[in-house]
Design a protein around this ligand. Structure first.
Ligand SMILES: [Zn+2]
Length: 736
């Protein structure tokens, strides 16, 4: 993900005396209208042991001569000691005349920032320089992620402490003009032995009297300036693009992870090689992988900040490091327009998490990613609580993730199919270069792609981005009759009727036609009506037709059409945990405890029952926590839904005919319940209780597969059993 400034309400009329309301609101208008060309020359000393910073920020800006107030936001824990207006010498050199100017502090309720309202002298010129001296604590120790199964960064608005320093745009650690894009020159001082990593390029570093001071320059206008610091081990290497661009690749790891640097530098180089081809020159002159002292995956201008645990777990995958690197262009070079729908995460997810697999020609993984985008949306977004992609701002839960990341990413897949590869990739490159260092929104994307493809794409963006929902498409009738083709050869005419329930969508959907001798993929244009009919002349007798076999279109699927998996259980509003173990010290008991603890605050409760008389509850989804001591009883209740796929034994188990034996083996599997449509039975079974110890802690991270095999807590295999496909046998029309 990429981090954004915390946006404050733009006009706080109720808070102020009427006499200054008008000017207040004028100065609180979006910055580009009143205050422009903001440049910070900032010097900051960070004192980790005291959680403190001492800073002086010379802010140069341009302002209309009528404006009498300039407003800045700053964390409420920081105390402004003085504000001085520097005249004549805007460059900050010698010879300037300093004039103390009055300011007032406004503390809007329910925000973590104060507003510093500086009164400007009447005769101020267009270009002014204000110097704010301030100090105070930034001490918000990161809290652990709260969600049971959803990885969110730990929450902090910024922290200076002995465990590390993290100051982002959200920390409000320097005086900021709301909505501004600024340039920066920052000198940061920290105790010797610490290393600072910050936005922009490093100009120099000196150490004296036990303090290290480094200077950082950001010449392109950007949203925020971020600083992190720790006692890093630093390495670097140069990377050169095919066009000759040189970029310094760096790692800043804590000593424990220093052995992993080559893995990260190699992966970074590989991603840059691929993405400069797609997105154009890399926008910065360094890319650093920086270890964070709390759990995070953040893409910042010129670096990424990853938690220690992630780095240790080889976080170099496309959805991980690849995603953060793509944010260098998408989000950190082209910005998301404040207060507008967030398109940044969808585009980044498409290009990194998904498209990487196409790039390396891993067709199976690419399919798997499309499936997961569809499954995520279908499981976590119920039609009655769905919202449009254009309404997504940031994710708070799985539903936001399914809309703002997964569906949004799929929109780009649909767009690419709509206008074709060549125009899509050309449009993307043009979009990135023309919005460089500028904010963009969905409308900008629509404009660029409409122009490049010479098509009016209004309907497309309205349908997929502007409105919630997804089409419900199904095969209605499929029939064929023998015809005579040219030259008297025999052929078959296939007629396919496709139905759209509810609101119809304009789209093209592929079908797979299985014929006697061959198989072919065709596509059907669906019109804005409930029923569409397509005809094809085939060389061979068609037997079966399957709708969208490769998950190329975005649509609503029934729960029966989705693969069985733990997340199907998780998202079932009606669920029961079945305790099928006797030993009260079993790690399986921890799962029961965590589920009941987690739900203390929720209105909807999971029922917990014991497996009695080999009977299961009659409705809803079921999670069976199975110990070896109740193996036979579990086997008999599983049989009905899973059939022969699973056999549990006391030395091991069999899945799909493959045997897995040994005391350290465990399996998590899910099947659709035979007599309860839309519900699932999920079973966690360990040959011994030791085999499920580690799995029990992370059970809900394994939600996307039909079965996962563990050996001593490590995944050795995972597979998906497809859901029910939409297939119809071809009816032969033999009428003469
Ligand atoms: Zn992201």
């Amino acid at each position: 993900m990429s981090i954004r400034k915390r946006v404050l309400p733009s006009c706080l009329i109720g808070l102020l005396a009427t006499s200054i309301v008008h000017t207040w609101c004028v100065s609180a208008l979006p910055a580009q209208e009143t205050i422009t060309n903001v440049h910070h020359t900032l010097s900051v000393e960070m004192i980790p042991a005291a959680h403190e910073l001492v800073a002086r920020d010379q802010i140069e800006l341009e302002v209309n001569s009528q404006v009498t107030l300039a407003t800045f936001t700053l964390a409420h824990t920081l105390h402004v000691e003085s504000v001085v207006m520097r005249t004549h010498s805007v460059s900050g050199g010698q010879g300037g005349r300093d004039e103390v100017v009055p300011f007032t502090i406004v503390r809007p309720p329910e925000t973590s920032a104060q507003r510093i309202v500086v009164s400007l002298p009447k005769d101020h010129g267009r270009k002014i320089a204000l110097v704010l001296s301030y100090r105070g604590q930034i001490n918000d120790p990161p809290r652990e992620p709260r969600h049971l199964r959803f990885v969110t960064p730990s929450e902090t608005a910024g922290h200076i402490g002995v465990e590390g320093v993290y100051l982002s745009g959200e920390s409000q650690w320097y005086p900021d003009v709301i909505g501004s894009f600024s340039t920066y020159r920052v000198t940061a001082q920290i105790p010797q032995g610490w290393t600072v990593v910050a936005s922009g390029s490093k100009e120099g570093e000196t150490t004296s009297a036990g303090k290290t001071s480094s200077t950082w320059v950001v010449q392109d206008k950007s949203e925020a300036f971020t600083i992190v610091a720790n006692k890093f081990v630093t390495t670097s290497r140069e990377w050169k693009s095919p066009t000759g661009q040189r970029v310094e690749l760096q790692t800043h790891f804590l000593p424990d992870n220093a052995g992993l640097v080559d893995e990260y530098l190699n992966a970074t180089a590989q991603y840059l090689d691929a993405y400069v081809r797609i997105l154009g020159d890399y926008p910065f002159d360094k890319f650093a992988v920086v270890e964070n002292f709390f759990a995070s995956g953040l893409g910042l201008p010129s670096f990424t900040l990853l938690g220690s645990g992630s780095i240790k777990r080889h976080y170099i995958q496309p959805y991980a490091l690849g995603h953060e690197i793509v944010h260098s262009w998408i989000g950190n070079s082209v910005f998301n327009r404040d207060d507008h729908g967030n398109w940044v995460e969808g585009m980044t997810t498409y290009l990194a998490n998904y498209y990487w697999h196409e790039l390396v020609q891993d067709t199976a993984q690419a399919f798997e990613q499309r499936r997961m985008m569809l499954d995520g949306y279908n499981l976590y977004v119920r039609p009655e609580t769905d919202y449009a992609v254009s309404q997504f701002l940031r994710k708070h839960d799985e539903k936001d993730n399914a809309i703002g990341y997964q569906k949004s990413a799929f929109v780009f897949h649909l767009l690419r199919q709509e206008i074709g590869d060549e125009l899509f990739w050309r449009g993307l490159k043009i979009f990135v270069s023309s919005y460089r260092n500028r904010p963009a929104d969905w409308q900008s994307i629509e404009e660029v792609f409409s122009r490049e493809s010479s098509q009016d794409l209004r309907w497309f963006f309205e349908q997929w981005v502007g409105q919630p929902g997804a089409p419900r498409v199904s095969l209605r009738d499929v029939q064929a009759r023998r015809v005579k083709a040219e030259g008297g050869k025999e052929a078959w005419r296939l007629t396919v009727q496709v139905e759209q329930a509810e609101k119809p969508f304009r789209m093209t959907i592929p079908i797979k036609v299985v014929m006697k001798e061959s198989t072919d993929i065709k596509s059907i244009m669906l019109s804005l009506s409930q029923r569409s009919v397509a005809e094809f002349v085939l060389p061979d007798q068609p037997l079966r037709v399957e709708l969208d076999p490769h998950a190329m279109v975005f649509r609503r699927l029934t729960r029966r059409q989705l693969p069985p998996m733990l997340n199907g259980y998780v998202t079932d509003p009606h669920k029961t945990v079945v305790r099928a173990f006797v030993d009260p010290a079993s790690p399986l008991q921890q799962i029961v405890d965590r589920i009941t603890d987690h739900e203390l605050t929720e209105s909807r409760r999971t029922t917990v029952v014991s497996l009695k008389e080999n009977a299961l509850p009659h409705d809803g989804s079921i999670l069976v926590l199975a110990g070896a001591d109740q193996r036979q009883a579990v086997q008999s209740v599983v049989q009905e839904s899973c059939g022969d796929r699973i056999t549990l034994g006391d030395q091991g188990f069999q899945v799909d005919g493959q045997a897995y034996d040994g005391p350290k083996m465990a399996v998590l599997f899910s099947c659709h319940r035979a007599d309860v449509p839309g519900s699932l039975i999920t079973v966690l079974y360990g040959v011994t209780s030791g085999a499920v110890e580690k799995v029990s802690r992370y059970l809900f991270y394994y939600g996307w597969h039909s079965y996962v095999i563990f050996q001593d807590g490590f995944v050795t295999k995972r597979e998906v059993w497809p859901g029910l496909p939409d297939v119809k046998e071809v009816r032969i029309d033999a009428t003469p």
